[in-house]
Design a protein around this ligand. Sequence first.
Ligand code: C2E
Ligand code: CA
Ligand code: CA
Ligand code: CA
Length: 279
Amino acid sequence: ALYRAKADGRNTFHFFEQGMDSRLRARRALDLDLRNAMAAGEFELYYQPVITARSSTVSGFEALMRWHHRERGMVSPAEFIPMAEEIGLIVPLGEWALLQACREAATWPAGLTIAVNLSPVQFKSRNLVPAVINALTSSGLAASRLELEITESVLLQESEVNLATLHQLRELGVHISMDDFGTGYSSLGYLRQFPFDKIKIDQSFIKELAENPQDAAIVRAVTGLGISLGMTITAEGVETQFQFDRLRLEGCTEVQGYLFSPPRPASALGPFLTGRQMT
Ligand code: C2E
Ligand code: CA
Ligand code: CA
Ligand code: CA
C-alpha cells in the first residue's frame, strides 16, 4: 500500500509539473506577444457611457482598454494589464491610452467628460504628470473634462510621494476618482488623506442590491458619506432597472453599466453623444 501511495504521489506530482509547464509556456508566449502588441497596433480603447442618475443623460465615458490578439482574439484587460505592469509596458501603454482618450474626447460635445484608468505602477512612474500635461496640450482637451481613476492601492505605499502627485494633478485642473471603492483595506482612511472628486462604488456591492440588505445599507452609507464630503458618487455594474431605481433613490449621482451600454468602440458612440435620455 505504501509503495502504491508513493507511486501515485509521484505520478500526481509529475502530472502537476507538466500542467505548470504548459501554463508557464503559454504565459511566456503571451508575454512575448504583449511586448510586440503596441508596435503592431493591437490595442484599442472602448468607451462606456456614464449616466447622470437624475436626468438619465450621458455625462461622459470611461475608457477601457482592449487587446485584439492575432490568434487568441480579445484578451481581457484583467489578464494583460497585470502582465503589462510586470514587464514595464504599462507606462508607455498607459501614456498611449491617456493621449488617445483625450484626443477622442476632444471630438465630443464640450460638456462630456472622459475617465481614464491609471495603474498604480504608472502612477508611481516619474513621468505621469508630464504625460498628463502632454495629453491635454496635444489634444486640446480642457483639463476639467479629464478624470483619472485610481484604486486605493495607490495610497497604500509611499503615500507622501503619491499624495504629492495627486495634488500636482489636481492643480492641473483634472479630476481624481477613487475606483473600486470598498474593496481595499482602508477605503475610509484614504478619504481623509486626499479629497477625491468622485467615488466609484465597486460593482460587487451593486450586484445583489435587490437580494442583500447589507449591500443596500453599505450603498446608502457610502452615498451619504460621499455626498456630505462634496464628492460625486458613481455606481458601477448597474445591470437592472431595479438597481438603477434603488441607486437613484439613495442619491447616487451617476450610474454606469450594461443596463445603459457595454463599453463600445469610438465609432459606435454616436447615439450617446446626442444628449438624449437613456431610459
Ligand atoms: P474597472 O476600471 O473597475 O472597469 C469596470 C469593468 O466592469 C470593465 O471591465 C467594464 O467593462 C465592466 N463592466 C461595465 N459595466 C458592467 C456591468 O454592468 N456588469 C459587469 N459585470 N461588468 C461591467 P473591463 O473592461 O474588462 O476592465 C477590467 C479592468 O481592467 C478595469 O476595471 C480596470 O481595472 C482595468 N483596465 C481596463 N482598461 C484599463 C486601462 O486603460 N488602464 C488600466 N491601468 N487599467 C485598465
Ligand atoms: Ca475604472
Ligand atoms: Ca471599478
Ligand atoms: Ca475593478
